[in-house]
Design a protein around this ligand. Structure first.
Ligand SMILES: [Zn+2]
Length: 287
């Protein structure tokens, strides 16, 4: 099961979220035919998406996070709602690079760092919230840490990881700790010390589930934990949405495409579902 486990420690002066989305990453590998490199980039960003989704208070609120740094993988896009539903895609799912000298996948090289991480949250108010921040390394974790600090004023430590072998994803997710007001120097130091265990967070996630990670690393620190919540991979595309898009395209434009191609094909980037409309179906849209 894909889950997020949250809790507080140091008497409520720090917050932790532990995310396990191994199964989602395995599904995404199948849907998009991802290389290990693109699976790592998308998987890390989806862990960020799971965290944002779970932080939205209302299930009807929506969000998207886009990481685009000019590298060979192109943009990574993750979207979802406040009901723990996420979806994602990567522009170049077949992008690949040699491993780094330490044997790790070169996610930073694949994403590039000449660009931005952009987060949009729509709470159903007049204007959606948008935060944007220049990339640090393209490795996602550092980029999201900086985003949280500069755009949302949150001091955090973010560890993200995806572990793969020839059979697919063995572990994926992350651990995000936020410092809340009142955290002392000593407590901050201890928090940094705990986070140093998560430099290879996917290794930790492969050995322990989020419950066990919380118990082992945080539960002795005046902590309180909340029930795990399930994270679901779910697309929001569907006939109604596609037909609205076609309607907004206009009757003449649609007829033009039909004349050229004999049909209108719309592909959902998130789930790769193809919607095909022939002349009859298109005419029906304006009946
Ligand atoms: Zn879809």
């Amino acid at each position: 099961m894909n889950v997020i486990k949250k809790g507080v420690f140091f008497g409520g002066k720090a917050r932790v979220a532990i995310i396990d989305i191994k199964e989602i990453v395995n599904e995404e590998i199948k849907i998009h035919d991802l290389t290990p490199l693109s699976a790592a980039a998308l998987g890390r960003t989806m862990a960020v998406g799971a965290y944002i989704s779970n932080n939205l208070k209302n299930a009807d609120s929506t969000f998207s996070v886009t990481v685009k740094g000019g590298g060979i993988l192109g943009a990574v896009v993750v979207a979802g709602n406040g009901g723990n539903c996420i979806r994602g895609y990567i522009e170049n799912p077949h992008g690949d690079l040699p491993l780094k000298s330490d044997g790790h996948l070169d996610v930073g090289g694949g994403i590039g760092k000449e660009g931005f991480i952009t987060v949009i949250k729509d709470f159903g108010l007049k204007e959606p919230y948008m935060g944007r921040c220049e990339l640090v390394s393209g490795e996602i974790a550092e980029d999201f840490t900086k985003y949280l600090h500069t755009s949302e004023g949150i001091n955090s430590a973010v560890a993200l990881g995806v572990r793969l072998d020839s059979d697919g994803c063995k572990a994926a997710g992350g651990i995000i700790v936020e410092a809340l007001p009142g955290l002392s120097e000593d407590e901050l130091f201890m928090t940094e010390d705990i986070m140093s265990n998560f430099t290879n967070v996917s290794e930790v996630l492969e050995k322990m589930n989020p419950e066990e990670i919380f118990d082992f690393y945080f539960s002795h620190l005046d902590a309180e934990s909340y029930d795990e919540e399930e994270i679901t991979l779910k697309c929001n595309c569907g006939k109604e949405k596609i037909e609205n898009t076609l309607r907004s395209l206009g009757k003449e434009e649609c007829r033009e495409i039909l004349k050229e191609n004999g049909k209108i094909e719309i592909l959902c980037h998130f789930c790769e579902k193809k919607y095909i409309y022939g002349e009859k179906e298109v005419e029906k849209l304006w009946e």
